[in-house]
Design a binder for this molecule. Sequence first.
Ligand code: SF4
Ligand code: SF4
Length: 374
Amino acid sequence: MSVNAVVIKIASRCNLNCSYCYMYNHADQSYLRQPKIMSESVYTAAMETMLNHSKQQGTHHKFALIMHGGEPTLVGVRRFRWFVETARSILGERLMLVAIQTNALLLNPNWAQLFQELEVTVSVSLDGTAEQHDAFRVDHQGKGSHQRTVNGIDVLHEQGVQTRIICVANPAARGDLTYQHFRQLGITKMDFLFPDITHDTKQAWYGSYGETPVADFMIQAFDAWLDEDNRDVKVRIFYNLLRSFMGDSPGSEAFGNPLLNYLIVNTDGAIEGTDALRVCDEGLVDTGLNVLSNEFDQLAQGNSLLFQASEAGLPLCAKCQACSEVAICGGGQFPHRYRKGSGFDNPSAWCDDIKKLFHHVRNRTGLFDVRKSA
Ligand code: SF4
Ligand code: SF4
């Protein structure tokens, strides 16, 4: 197995309490057992584990390191600087990218200057206009966070720090208005995510929004992006989808059943699998491994599901194997296939949405999957 990215949870708690958050408001509640902030000894062990893995992979192997939480800025500016400088000092040339995913509430000029100085790539979670965002992304008092997040983005832009927006598709909102809102904020890089649900939870969370709520949102956003026709604006999911139709690999987790090529290091040093599995059931992300005493290549003993996902990809169910969209869709993100009883042997719970989105993209662009026509 080859791990190319590590998502490191330097803080386990958050200053928000988003209603859909897989950390705090789904089946898995294991964050309660985590230290609030990663210790220096655990962090150093994590960097050494990454270095060992990188050396095993050969001289050209490089890592991306994504600072995550909870909310990673809760560690404070001084400790964040230490985290980044320690990573660079241990991994050297093998560290190709340091990124942070933040809700931006705590950002101020000090943070922005630090990101610029340390060349940290910044992604901010924002779910659209105030009305859209505040429907889900609330603080511990139930107050919306949109204005505070926009203030944080403004601070980044004032200091010249480019920002990528990550937005979970919101079926209660219009995708085109969401896209236009981001553009008004000066955003040129964004991504729209399928909400993390399973067959067991979809009805409770999205049952009242119609047959294909995510496709409807995505199609509106896609059309707004095409209509603007600005080559400088990149919407990752759509850009990758168009490349897939032209024969490239999907290039993201959303489609194509890609190999799992990243691991999570939790705040106590536990080595874990993709966070989205937390919406499926308690314990699925666990490996029993820890950077304090284990290496990444022990994953086979720690969690056979994750090992299989990283070595060969999860096998597709019979319906996906027979589906005309399988070459591009690949069964969707594997946590979304989960159903109690049959596990991951199902199509994505977003299957109808995926088909509708693909159909629209073909109709709108005239692109047909070159693999089908070959
Ligand atoms: S900001 Fe992120 S980590 Fe915090 S509650 Fe919201 S989704 Fe969860
Ligand atoms: S999830 Fe649905 S669209 Fe995707 S491959 Fe499976 S059956 Fe086809």
